[in-house]
Structure formats: C-alpha cells, structure tokens
Design a binder for this molecule. Sequence first.
Ligand code: ZN
Length: 201
Amino acid sequence: LGCEKSIEILEKPVCPICERQAVGGKTHPGCSRKYSLDGLIVASKYRGSMRKAIGNIKYKWQYDIAKILVGILCENIWKFDFPKDAILVPIPLHENRKKWRGFNQSEIFSKILAKKFNVGFADLLVRSIETKSQVGLSKKERSSNVLSAFSIQQDQVKQIKGKNIILVDDVYTSGATMKEACMVLKRAGAASVWGMAITIG
Ligand SMILES: [Zn+2]
C-alpha cells in the first residue's frame, strides 16, 4: 500500500443521501424515501494511497492489500449504528465482466467482512444489464447508467423478506449503484438496507 499514513479516515459517519454528517451513519429522517438506503458504513476517503490501492485491487486481487483495507473498516466499525443481525450482500458484476476479470472484488470483500463480523453472507443480486463504466460520468448520468441494472436471483426471493441487509461495494461514489440495488431489495420486502464500502469518493 506504500504509505498507510496517507489514508484519510472519514472521522464522522455520513448520511448516504446528502453525504453530510449523520449520527451512526443513519440516513437523516428528512433525506429518507420509501426505497432509500437506511444508512452507510464507510471508513475512508477515496484519495491518495486509498485510491491507488482500490485501483490496483480491481484488476488483480491482492490479498495483503485487501486485508489492510478491511482492517481500516473494522477499526472504525464502532462508529456505525447498523442492525447487528444483517446479511452482507455484494454488489455483483455483470457475468461478462466477472469472467474477464476473474473475480468480483465486492464479493471477496463481503466474504472477508462476514467472517470478521460473524454475520451472514448471501449472493442475492444479479447484474442483468452490462452497464458502462461509471468513470467520468456526471451524477445524473451515473444514476441512469445503473437504472434497472439489478435483479434478484429467483430462488433467493424468500431470503430477502423481512431481513436486514448490508450491501457491500469497494467504493461509494454518488451511491447510484447502491441506491439502485437497494431499491430492488426493498421492493422484494427487505426490512432495511444499509450500504457498506471501503471508501467514499
Ligand atoms: Zn441526509
């Protein structure tokens, strides 16, 4: 990772909608909508060596770097007031992209985190549409780019009703991807949906 000291820790939890300070990372009541995220767990800013580490890991899985990134999240987890019986659900990659890359970094992060926090893991979502890369898109373009990109694995619908779910991704950028995945899960009856990301950009 080079220099861990240059990682900027997010001192105070933020609301996933307005990204302003929020107690425990819970969505402000005034920001909350029917299908919106209930909170956000994120520990660092997507800058400097964090940006580099995430960039590297996307194309070649590096376990030692991943361990450091997960460690940063774990050290800061006490700041967040999320449901302790939640299931971790990774943001999926489209099948083609996963095949090309060989792995889904969010899936591996979820599995490591589930073990660490002793909570459940379930691969519930499918990326039905191959979306363009979010890089270089405006906030509005990002939202329409991921619109209806997700669906639920048919045999998994039962697993969602009444459950508390935490969506896991590597980077939270405008939240467009997570918000779309959240909507799909809430429509299927999830009791609550939080987001969890290593870093926020
Ligand atoms: Zn807010």
